[in-house]
Design a protein around this ligand. Structure first.
Ligand code: SAH
Length: 348
């Protein structure tokens, strides 16, 4: 596999340009072209530079292979990486802008019982450029430019555990927030983790004040272990203390994802235990009804139960919202698209 040019920061591209014996302004052209989502072969650089780059770097490391459009306007993308691996992403339209969900790994090794991304285990990590490449491709597809972006917000909630691919994800975050590039503010980025405590602590010191989101999905360690194997390694208490450290260092409140699973975590005693756990903390709870996954036998709650759960939290002073499930008609849950694609096309 060739290298990924989109891995490089502007400073690194400038050094590469100089090393190729090109004038300084070429670095800017190169960077601007890449940030517009262009292939190397379409970049407005000298022919000599283009062919030098193509020797070492992938022409287009992330290609949109298929696009599915939901009735609610949500678009789901299947991306092909240069080694033929597939990852998926979603573009959701909200009143305030468009949020893109990106993948950080091909597959995942965290083993959550309700998640389709982990069904085949982890295949490999994505590079920083393969993560930003998903955004550049979608922004271009949607008719955006780096100045007039069609992707305004980013969530790292596609396939993969971002903190299991720490270095590449941090590099991606530095590049995507950099001035002069596609420049998406850290405030408009949410990173979701299943709760890798050492990496959460390490991340507190990176100086990237994004929306740190933790997939909680349970109120006791014992119950959490039933659906999330990572709970055997880190306790909820350790997660909460790492979240507090993040708040102290960045001033950003943190968020919990809580997928409502019938018969598992969605009864009224769970709502009151969750409120007790989070009372007084600078946090927000995102509830979502579990999306059924064909390969899993867990079910989401009905709407009424979800509303009752939400009400129980807010009545106890917990900031919470129930997320609309977007694009469920096109396989909205994590890893569903890739999983169904791979099962339909076993030869690939
Ligand atoms: N590995 C990271 C990010 C990827 S998953 C993490 O665990 O947070 C993004 C969110 O979707 C997580 O909160 C995850 O638990 C949740 N999720 C996975 N499968 C789901 C499903 N079938 N229905 C609803 N939410 C799901």
């Amino acid at each position: 596999m060739k290298q990924v040019l989109q891995d490089l920061s502007y400073g690194e591209l400038a050094a590469l340009t100089a090393a190729l014996g090109e004038k300084t302004f070429r670095a800017k052209q190169l960077y601007e072209g890449l940030m517009q989502g262009k292939k190397i072969s379409d970049l407005p650089v000298s022919a000599a530079m283009r062919s030098a780059l193509l020797e070492t770097y992938e022409d287009a490391p992330v290609k949109i292979k298929e696009v599915f459009t939901s009735k609610d306007g949500t678009r789901k993308f299947l991306f092909e990486l240069s080694d033929g691996n597939l990852v998926e992403g979603v573009l959701m339209q909200y009143r305030y802008g468009n949020t893109q969900c990106v993948s950080t790994q091909v597959g995942c090794r965290m083993g959550c019982k309700f998640c389709a991304s982990t069904l085949g285990g982890r295949v490999r990590d994505l590079t920083a450029g393969e993560i930003i490449g998903q955004i550049l491709a979608v922004n271009r597809f949607a008719g955006g430019t780096p100045k007039d972006r069609k992707v305004t917000n980013v969530v790292l909630m596609g396939s993969g555990e971002p903190f299991d691919n720490y270095e590449n994800v941090v590099k991606f975050l530095r590049n995507v927030t950099a001035e002069g590039g596609i420049c998406i503010s850290a405030r408009n980025i949410s990173l979701s983790t299943c709760g890798l405590v050492p990496e959460m602590r390490r991340f507190s010191d990176e100086g990237i004040p994004l929306n740190l989101t933790v997939s909680l999905h349970a109120v006791t360690d014992e119950e959490r272990r039933r659906t999330m194997p990572i709970a055997n390694r880190y306790s909820i208490a350790e997660i909460l203390s790492a979240c507090d450290e993040y708040f102290e260092k960045t001033g950003r409140r943190y968020i919990f994802e809580y997928s409502l699973i019938e018969g598992e975590n969605a009864d009224m005693p769970h709502a009151s235990a969750l409120s007790e756990l989070l009372k007084g903390r600078p946090c927000h709870v995102n509830l979502i009804r579990l999306n059924p996954v064909k390969e899993r036998n867990l079910k989401g709650t009905d709407e009424r139960t979800a509303q009752a759960f939400l009400k129980a939290l807010t009545e106890r002073g917990i900031s919470a919202t129930l997320r609309r499930s977007m694009g469920s008609d096109i396989g909205g849950a994590c890893g569903q698209l890739r999983a169904s694609y791979l099962s339909e096309k076993p030869s690939e």
